[in-house]
Design a protein around this ligand. Sequence first.
Ligand SMILES: [Zn+2]
Length: 391
Amino acid sequence: MLKATKIRIYPTTEQAAFLNRQFGAVRFCYNTGLRIISHRYQRHGQSLSAKHDIKKLLPVAKTSRKYGWLKEADSMALQQTCLNLDHAFQRFFDPKQKAGYPRFKSKRGKQSSYHCVGVKAGDDWIKVPKLGPIRARMHRKVEGRLKSITLTRTASGKHYASLLFDTEQAAPEPIQSVEGNKVIGLDMGLSHLAIDSNGRKIANPRFLKRAQQNLKRKQQALSRTKKGSANRAKARLLVAKAHERVANARHDFQHKLSRQIVDDNQAVIVETLKVGNMMKNARLAKHIGDASWYGLITKLDDKAREQGKYLVKIDPWFASSKTCHVCHHKRDAMPLNVRSWECPACHTQHDRDINAALNIKHQGIIQLKAEGLSVSAHGGLRKSGTSPAAA
Ligand SMILES: [Zn+2]
């Protein structure tokens, strides 16, 4: 089983300067590869592959006088960036992912570099090729064989290392019979981060909202500064720091929430892809971006897998909001401002989001059974009307 951990590292001034060149070399290879591929296609209609054609250029470039400086960087990192560029193109060509054309990497944003040969980690240090040990803060010991280290530098200048370990233990056997009351459906709400099928509405925490307000203020301050001025550079750094605080707060909250949901349940059912569709709607995009549904799903998936539990993703065509979970009557339309409704067929009163979460749960149970698992009875259907948790 693979386990990842991310730690803060503290390179010395010289090490930071070396890392800066390392990041620069990685960025150069990515951007140059992208430029060559785009140019070749526009001028000659030829499709080059980053994985094959661009990667092959690396040794050639290193022997040239102009690009000889690339030799100074860890060669695995440069090869990996070609693979990353290849993935970016794969995402672009995959109609399901709706990804845009790969973009150039900026030297102002987050930098990263991947190392997988000659990497080591100790109690308070890590080691990557061509550089002495870098001081690090390990917050928990991971047992196993270190497979790779990805170094990153944030826009505000902090350095991190993501360590990937092979625990050399087999993943736990997936649970074969799931208890119905340990299946939970989650709906992505607009007013809440998530609403579960037990009637619990999970809001984004206050500290996250505060961090977001702070970010907004800093962004406004940045927009008031003059282009190219020293004040603008300062304001940009403040925005970068505020951004990082928001991202850290969100990750932290999502980790705790997903840990609790996975520990308490055996299967978690979510709706996917809706995000991609809704993002097109500019007004909704902010809410959804804030809620960062996607990040939560990824964390739920990782944690469920570690315990042999399930994360089931429901197709977006499933009309979770429009269907009555009691009698399955499907309404034609369900405008977003309708928060509660009465089923015209069975007259059950529904809270919009809880009803959706219950539908998602039942749809997930159908899918689990279709995959050959046994799901025990779940003690009847819960009413989606009023519940203490919702209140
Ligand atoms: Zn009904």
